[in-house]
Structure formats: C-alpha cells, structure tokens
Design a protein around this ligand. Structure first.
Ligand SMILES: Nc1ncnc2c1ncn2[C@@H]1O[C@H](COP(=O)(O)OP(=O)(O)OP(=O)(O)O)[C@@H](O)[C@H]1O
Ligand SMILES: [Mg+2]
Length: 303
C-alpha cells in the first residue's frame, strides 16, 4: 500500500487554482522532494495531504486512510513541520515538547525522555529552558522539527525545514531526515527550494509550477525527460585548446551518450599530446533539471 497517494487532487481559493489535479503515489520509506517556485502550491499540497485543508476535487490518502474521514488516525501517523509552527511562546522549548508529546498520548515520563532525546539531536539542549518565544528563527525551526518527530511518525511532511538554518544546523537537520528514512523507514515528503540538499536527500522528485505537476520521478528519469545531457569535460594546461569542443568555465566539453565513451575520449586527448589536468563526466544536477522544467513552463505561460 502507498504511504502517500493522491489522485486528481485540486484546491481552489476563490478564482485561484492553487493545486490542479495532482496525482502521486509514494511507497513507504521513500524520500520525495517536492520542488517549485514561490506560490507553486507546495504548502497547499501538504495541507491537503494532512487534512488541514479540504480538496475542491480529487482524493488523497495516507496508508489508505483519508485525512478527512480518518483524521485522527492520519494525524497519529504523520509528523508535520510547516513554515509557521505554533509553539507556546511563554513555555520553554522543553515544556512545549512535553506538552505536545502528552497531547499525542504519551505518558509524562516518556514525553520528557523523547523531548530531551530530540532536543539533543537538534542541538537545542542548552536552550531547553528558554521560552520558545525567545528562540531565534533557526532555533524555532529546529524545535518545530522536534515537535514533528515526537510521536515517531511513519510519514513526515517537511515544509522547507532548512530555509532559515545556518550551514551546521542545516547539516544536522538533513542528517536527521536521512536517519529517519534510512533507519526508521519513515516516508518523507520534503518541500524545499534548496536543490543541492534535495539532491543528496531525496530518491524521487516532483516539480510543481502554478499548481501543475510538470514531472515526477528520479533524477535520471527527469534528466531524460528534460533533455539534459551528460558531458565529457577536460581541463587542460593554460593556452591549450580542444578544437571543436564547447568551452565552459575553463573546461572543454562535449556531449556524452554513455560513460563507456569516456576512456576512449581520454586516451585520444592524451594521445594527441595534450596536458590534461583534470577529466570528468558531468551528469545533470537537480538544479539543471529544475531550471529546464521551470524554464519550459514559464515559456508556455508567457505565450
Ligand atoms: N488560504 C489561502 N487563501 C487564498 N489563497 C491562498 C491561500 N493559501 C494559498 N493560497 C494561494 O495558493 C497559491 C499556492 O500557495 P502555496 O502556499 O501552496 O505555495 P508554495 O508553493 O508553498 O509557495 P512558497 O514556496 O512561497 O512557500 C498561491 O498563489 C497562494 O497565494
Ligand atoms: Mg510554501
């Protein structure tokens, strides 16, 4: 059974179609990167999948349960970290987590233990007594992730979990996301603008624009769909050139159909007596693929 399923999921606000016919099925344990520009409909999707909003059309389920008719069971399965998490500002970080842990049905001692464990993992132990209202943006964001993880969710919805974080904290949060998926089998639905992190973390992606899912799949599938090429690239000693090859950022490169071509190309370049400092295969990055899809989509909407 799919951990996350959506069929023709749509949501309209007045005249605005925020989400238009989203269909998805994600198996348990997958880490799905949901990408798209501001206003694309990512947060709306998270709200629909977790029952915070009702769809105008279509349906969705979490492990076969409807967020509307089985709201309580769905909430027990899901951890949600949204852009604006609600904490009690006068309560300390620790007390907030204990409160929300008990709200999930944990006994006091267990809630304290789990809260402390998560505060430690997210490097917030030193601030556990500080009122949540006095947390910095990045600290509040980590506290909100801790809250999402309290009940050991089977499905984790993360809406830009690292957007306000410094590089060290972002790394810690990303490690925690990987751990959740790898060791705990948690299914992660990650909305993010940080494509480099997404490429490290996710096994498949959806690219959304103006409420439409432009494409979905793993990176190599998306790269093929987008027509993004791999290249054989060579960096030579200053002054040398490879005639007929495109030059980019000091590298000479030519399109590569398969990596099997590379050894022959390298032998040829060296055989011609050129001084090769570096040779590499450039495969399309998530950033390449993203801009290709979004560029094509912008082109269509401008016509
Ligand atoms: N409650 C609401 N009432 C009216 N319009 C809304 C509401 N919520 C979202 N929208 C609109 O729906 C569209 C999608 O918004 P959404 O927040 O889902 O985008 P997003 O992809 O999460 O963007 P961002 O990257 O900026 O977080 C936007 O045009 C937004 O203005
Ligand atoms: Mg959003």
């Amino acid at each position: 059974m799919d951990a996350i399923y959506a069929q023709g999921l749509s949501r309209t606000f007045g005249e605005k179609k925020a989400l238009d016919g989203l269909s998805l099925s994600l198996p348990q344990g997958s880490v799905f990167g949901f990408l798209g520009p501001n206003g694309a409909g990512k947060t709306t999707t998270v709200k629909l999948l977790t029952g915070l909003l009702t769809p105008t059309e279509g349906e969705c389920s979490i492990f076969g349960l409807s967020p509307r008719s089985d709201a309580e069971k769905v909430h027990a399965l899901c951890g949600v970290m949204t852009e604006s998490a609600c904490m009690y500002p006068q309560l300390s970080g620790l007390d907030n987590l204990i409160f929300f842990g008990k709200l999930c049905g944990m006994a006091h001692a267990l809630a304290v233990e789990r809260a402390r464990e998560l505060l430690k993992k997210l490097d917030l132990s030193d601030s556990e007594k500080l009122p949540a209202g006095k947390y910095s943006t990045g600290m509040a964001q980590r506290l909100s992730l801790a809250r999402a993880l309290l009940g050991r969710p089977k499905v984790l919805f993360l809406d830009e979990p690292t957007s306000g974080l410094d590089p060290e904290s972002a790394q810690a949060v990303n490690a925690l996301i990987s751990e959740q998926a790898g060791q705990e089998g948690v299914t992660v639905f990650l909305c993010t603008h940080q494509l480099r992190y997404a490429q490290d973390l996710c096994d498949s992606y959806g690219i959304l624009d103006h409420g439409f899912l432009l494409a979905k799949g793993d990176l190599s599938h998306l790269a093929k769909l987008a027509g993004c090429q791999s290249y054989a690239s060579f960096r030579l000693v200053a002054g040398e050139e490879l005639p007929g090859l495109e030059q980019k950022d000091g590298w000479f490169r030519r399109p590569l159909e398969s990596q099997e071509e590379m050894p022959g190309l390298l032998r040829k370049v060296v055989g011609e007596g050129r001084c090769v400092y570096e040779a590499r295969i450039e495969t399309p990055t998530l950033e390449d693929v993203y801009f290709s899809f979004i560029g094509q989509s912008e082109g269509r909407t401008e016509q």
